[in-house]
Design a protein around this ligand. Structure first.
Ligand code: ST9
Ligand code: ZN
Ligand code: ZN
Length: 338
């Protein structure tokens, strides 16, 4: 019988650069160098055309969702957004990029399938880019550094070739844990098939088969509009969550805690906290009401599917706020969001 472990592990030395073992001075130098030379954008026109088509389809889908779709289809769009995003937040992000908790095989398979609904590149590629983002934030080795502007951080980075530094520095990352997971190797091998099935085919087929929605409406709402909306919700963590909000834990970072992105990105809006304590499975101190992903992980832990959830020790959070953030700002923020 599998023993159920609902215990959380208190980790006390968890600042992001310690976790990723980069040199702080080196990062500062790289950030300064990145500001001085503006990198040239090598536009990838195929992506520009694909994203333009997606947005055009999404506008049609939004119109149908408001005026023509059945109520069940509206509900279906919400379920798909939440499911796909949970595959990104609980899976690609908190489990595989940060190893902030451990999951048993059935949970990993479940998260991989949810993740394929989101079609945000396979998990190995997603986690590789995300580890680059944490380790070399706002340098040319950050795939979506804010030093190149908010549009670049939001979605522009997917429209141009990556900077050489991303590839050079990224090649130094240890990804052996990702390649060791057969679930991730399977997803990578069959990614095209899996993502087309989970992101477009099944979201369209289910409303047609089960509640008689028209195939046209189902495709434009549940596939195109929902996919586009979920992408923007995710991209907002790279743009809005590096722009407007609270900075109780680290004033020098560009990352912020933001209520709205917590809601749209199913619990990922505590980005100032997350960049400071990236191994904390909660990714913020916000209330559970704003942190759907934490609720999912906690429920899975209660079922024995998840274990070893890591949390930052309170004394370490306080020390961090005093030295690089602001305890008063933390208290004020938690009064509103905690
Ligand atoms: C999408 C992803 O939308 C969104 C991710 C957002 C992340 C958000 C994080 C926020 C915080 C977390 C919160 C989660 C919130 C979730 C909320 C949910 C509501 N290291 O890429 P290539 C090398 S995807 C090391 O082609 P180009 C490597 O050898 C949307 N090496 O570069 C690679 O080969 P391989 C759908 C690296 O030619 C080779 O370079 N997907 C690294 O410059 C070539 O790589 C798309 O639209 C690295 N980091 O092209 C696809 N990177 O891979 C978009 C590369 O075989 N992407 N190498 O090992 C592309 O078309 C291209 O990547 C490109 C660059 C045009 C952008
Ligand atoms: Zn992260
Ligand atoms: Zn960030």
């Amino acid at each position: 019988m599998v023993a159920i472990s609902t215990q959380k592990i208190k980790v006390d030395a968890m600042i992001s650069r310690q976790f990723l073992a980069a040199d702080l001075d080196e990062i500062k130098q790289m950030q300064e160098a990145a500001k001085n030379i503006v990198p040239k954008n090598e536009i990838v026109w195929r992506n520009v055309a694909l994203f333009a088509a997606l947005h055009f389809g999404a506008v049609i889908g939004l119109f149908q969702l408001i005026f023509q779709a059945k109520w069940m289809t509206l509900f279906w769009v919400f379920i798909l957004h939440t499911a796909g995003c949970t595959g990104v937040t609980a899976g690609a992000h908190r489990l595989w990029s940060h190893k902030s908790y451990k999951a048993r095989l059935p949970m990993r398979i479940f998260l991989m399938i949810l993740n394929s609904i989101a079609l945000q590149n396979d998990i190995i590629e997603w986690a590789r880019d995300h580890r680059c983002h944490h380790k070399w934030t706002d340098t040319n080795a950050d795939p979506h550094g804010t030093h190149r502007g908010m549009f670049f951080a939001h979605m522009g980075w997917l429209l141009v070739k990556k900077h050489d530094e991303v590839k050079i520095q990224g090649a130094k990352l240890d990804l052996s844990d990702l390649y060791a997971d057969p679930v991730l190797r399977f997803q990578r091998k069959y990614y095209m098939l899996l993502s087309i099935l989970c992101c477009f085919v099944l979201p369209t087929f289910i409303p047609v088969y089960f509640w008689g929605e028209s195939a046209f409406i189902a495709f434009y709402t549940a596939a195109l509009f929902r996919y586009c909306f979920s992408l923007h919700a995710t991209w907002c963590i790279n743009s809005v969550s590096h722009w407007v909000g609270w900075q109780p834990y680290d004033h020098q970072a560009t990352s912020v805690d933001n209520l709205w992105t917590s809601v749209t990105a199913v619990g990922e809006g505590g980005h100032n906290y997350h960049h400071t304590f990236p191994q904390d499975y909660r990714t913020s101190e916000h209330a559970e009401w704003f942190n759907w992903t934490k609720v999912v992980i906690d429920c899975a832990a209660a079922l024995g599917l998840v274990y070893d959830r890591k949390v930052a020790a309170e004394e370490i959070i306080q020390k961090q706020c005093k030295s690089q953030g602001c305890p008063i700002e933390r208290a004020k923020m938690l009064e509103k969001l905690g």
